[in-house]
Design a protein around this ligand. Structure first.
Ligand SMILES: *Cc1c(COP(=O)(O)O)cnc(C)c1O
Length: 450
């Protein structure tokens, strides 16, 4: 029965557990997987999907889970969203691939036009498309190096930029992303992030002191005229939804502008309506020189982009940038469907409203437990950092126990954080308030059981 289940918003919007978790069909698939796939390809959930849409994921045993992860911030407009399915479906039937470097096509141009118009800043822009977030970040660095003629790249503590050689190097966390995979790419430098909750001298000193350390790194240690770009997530994703101390990003951007250093905003996780704005940079009036997008852009199909100042994007020579699948026409059509869904269904406003519901639920839970150190994030990108009561010590065990409790009771969550002690919430913007409240009831019970 589940094999023919159709996804999308018509799927029944309810949490429903029919079998033990994982159920028999998921366990069969797990056995086949163990025999066919390498051990290191881990999955968070133990259940296998049959269909998804709205705010739920239905597994192969008919269990219905509330989705608080969106496939890591990808299905922002909902899984199998109608405009994505119809646009990508028509495109599939027309042509699936030519390679844009070989025979070009209109959907690519249309996505570029939309991103040029939507991204922050009213300067002339250009967009190049790719398939994955890591590829977008890697190419942003190529553009920055080509334009500035400089080598060095500055990134931050707790950063995540991908899993390719360069972006793995730019990523901060050793386990699981880097361990044993070196040697790493040269000319990548790391500055402290203005992380208010964990700033040694207190959150009130965070922006100013972090900025001092940043300027020392660039002016005294690397040499400003060696630095091509600073790459920063306006809200750090895998790092634990760290919102930089207010004013920090602006100071960094001003400093960089004075020295001819480009600012690259990595909005692969935060972009495309997720935080209650098209881009998280807008919350701080930040206008980056280059901006990378992926995850939410393709509505589940692999599409990524670098959008930036025309003169920077034009600096790379012909043939130097691209890829066989980069800007695949079906993925471009899907992205146009994503823009339709966001605009026609008011999903930016919905992201803000979802954030308000989640924060209210978490505050009420926080009043009953000593485990919550901080609630943070913006829009439909909210996290809780868990600590050992009465301390600021990271509580990774509590996060693991909560994630398991949620999974066993029909709620899919994601963890994050350099210390593994963050539970993050990235629901599709098509989730109902009823599902959200039900999901946080499960989470509340999970906290009570700890
Ligand atoms: C996920 C992510 C990436 C990498 O994207 P992939 O599509 O997995 O290569 C890069 N930067 C940020 C901020 C991300 O969240």
């Amino acid at each position: 029965m589940t094999a023919t289940l159709t996804g999308g918003p018509d799927l029944q919007q309810a949490r429903r557990i029919l079998t033990e978790i994982p159920g028999p069909r998921s366990r069969d698939l797990a056995e086949r997987r163990n025999a066919a796939l390498p051990a290191g390809l881990a999955s968070g959930a133990g259940v296998y999907i049959a269909a998804a849409g709205g705010g739920v994921v239905v597994d192969v045993d008919g269990n219905s889970f509330i989705d608080l992860g969106s496939g890591i911030a990808v299905t922002t407009v909902g899984n199998a969203a109608p405009a994505v399915v119809s646009r990508a479906g028509s495109q599939l039937a027309q042509y699936t691939h030519t390679c844009f470097l070989n025979v070009p096509y209109e959907p690519y141009i249309e996505v570029a036009e939309r991103l040029n118009a939507l991204t922050p800043g009213d300067h002339q822009k250009r967009t190049a498309l790719f398939s994955t977030g890591a590829e977008a970040v890697e190419n942003a660095v190529k553009y920055a190096r080509a334009y500035t003629g400089r080598d060095a790249v500055v990134v931050f503590d707790h950063a995540f930029h991908g899993r390719s050689l360069l972006t793995m190097t730019m990523t901060a966390k050793n386990q699981p992303y880097k361990h044993g995979f070196g040697p790493f790419a040269p000319e990548v430098y790391r500055a402290p992030m203005a992380y208010p909750y964990r700033w040694p001298s207190g959150p009130e000193n965070c922006a100013a002191e972090a900025f001092d350390l940043f300027t020392t790194l660039i002016d005294a240690q690397i040499g400003a005229d060696q630095v091509a770009c600073v790459v920063v997530e306006p809200i750090q994703g895998e790092g634990g939804f760290i919102v930089p101390a207010e004013g920090f990003l602006q100071k960094v951007a001003d400093f960089c502008r004075e020295r001819g250093i480009l600012v690259v905003a990595d909005e692969v996780q935060t972009g495309i309506a997720r935080t209650g704005a098209w881009f998280a940079c807008e919350h701080e009036d930040l206008v980056p020189d280059l901006i990378t997008t992926a995850k939410g852009l393709g509505g589940g199909l692999p599409l990524a982009a670098v959008t930036g100042r025309a003169e920077i994007m034009d600096a790379a020579h012909a043939g130097g940038i691209g890829g066989t699948y980069a800007g695949n026409p079906v993925a471009c059509a899907a992205a146009l469907g994503v823009f339709d869904e966001i605009e026609q269904n008011g999903l930016i406003e919905r992201a803000r409203a979802i954030g308000e519901v989640i924060v209210a639920e978490l505050r009420s839970i926080a009043a009953t437990t000593g485990l919550i150190g901080e609630i943070r994030g913006r829009g439909a990108m909210i996290a809780v950092e868990l600590i050992k009561p009465g301390t600021r010590e990271p509580n990774k065990e509590a996060v693991a126990a909560l994630a398991k409790h949620c999974h066993d009771n029909g709620v899919l969550t994601l963890t994050a954080g350099t210390f593994g002690n963050v539970l993050r919430f990235l629901p599709p913007l098509t989730i109902t308030d009823e599902l959200l409240v039900d999901a946080f009831g499960v989470i509340r019970d999970g906290f009570a059981a700890l």
